[in-house]
Design a binder for this molecule. Sequence first.
Ligand SMILES: Nc1nc2c(ncn2[C@@H]2O[C@H](COP(=O)(O)OP(=O)(O)OP(=O)(O)O)[C@@H](O)[C@H]2O)c(=O)[nH]1
Ligand SMILES: [Mg+2]
Length: 405
Amino acid sequence: MEKSPYSTHKQQEKVVLIGLITKDQSEKESKEYLEELSFLAETAGAVTVKTFVQKMSTPDSRTFIGSGKLNEVRDFVKENKINAVIFDDELSGSQIKNIEKILECRILDRNTLILDIFAKRARSAQAKTQVELAQYQYLLPRLTRMWTHLEKQQGGIGMRGPGETEIETDKRIIKTKVSRLKEKLKEIERQTATQRKQRSDMIRVALTGYTNAGKSTIMNLISKSDVFAENKLFATLDTTVRKVVIDSIPFLLSDTVGFIRKLPHDLVESFKSTLDEVREADILIHIVDISHPSFEDQINVVNQTLVDIKASDKPTILVFNKIDAYSFIKQDEDDLSPKSDVNFSLEDLKKSWLNKSGATNDRNDNPVIFVSAVTKENVDELKKVLIEKVKVVYFKRYPNNKQSY
Ligand SMILES: Nc1nc2c(ncn2[C@@H]2O[C@H](COP(=O)(O)OP(=O)(O)OP(=O)(O)O)[C@@H](O)[C@H]2O)c(=O)[nH]1
Ligand SMILES: [Mg+2]
């Protein structure tokens, strides 16, 4: 697509982040969100110079933050030659316009940033089309004067009805693009559906989890494939499917896009077909980065997204990865304040999660396992647990095949 005016594609742009502490978002949550936003900015190739936080009961309908704070940001932006200001929450078109007038620099929100990263990382025609569609759908209600360049690129003649404003013309152009992209996606989906049908008799296992949890690294360990893994968010956008054989039982293993908090709705919508591998899987492997301070929140986000895409209620292996990097702060014996997440030892956590899985499910349909994909600790155990699960599905589906194994 045309280079978005919100794009951060230039290397090492300087950005400022803005977040709120509200009645629905505590100081701790706000801090975590902003850390994640900074990681997202880094993934997009920008460097975070400063973070501004404001306490408000609800965001300002005109400028999101209060005018005093906004002036403070404006002075900082001017003095430090900041390229873009990124808000942690969704902004409306008029908010973007009002803020832009005051700050006189590019304004992004979390969603445009995520969409931008997705656009940069998309490789296949399907992923590219999905992202482009999501970008246009997100931008449509947020068109500001910046978008008038679209109309110029289209040549203008015949495009412009009498009395129409530039923005209305742009909207029409985008709507046409959106319907074309939808058509294109349908065609691609028809092809991928046929491919999936051709292998529908195989047992399908899908890796799922929060972005950066280690899905691709574990995919590589189990399938000996070479999937791109790195310490950036959304390293994987396209789905990779590999045939794996363990104990002479064949199955398909897929690795796909990770989830994140506040994932743009349009993006989930357009990535639904990429997530078909997850939706149609027989077994899920939910990978969790236990070394991340908010891993429990991340588990909840993943579970909620699985519900949204109608992929919950499948046999799931919960894998706590990165145990090599887990650290905790030991609480003094005489400190009687309640333990927080960081005060639990790995042993404490193991006990509590193993109890949870046992308590909710007598047959232990959803095993829990602690591994490190880097030191390979317990990876063999994971393979063992996985193949047991695969066997259960296999023999249920093909009861007559029992003797062939
Ligand atoms: N310390 C440690 N790092 C790990 C472990 N497993 C993966 N990593 C690192 O975590 C980062 C993310 O790993 P990926 O495999 O790319 O994660 P992913 O879940 O596929 O991420 P996305 O594709 O971005 O959603 C990489 O830098 C890995 O080297 C582990 O067990 N321990
Ligand atoms: Mg990956």
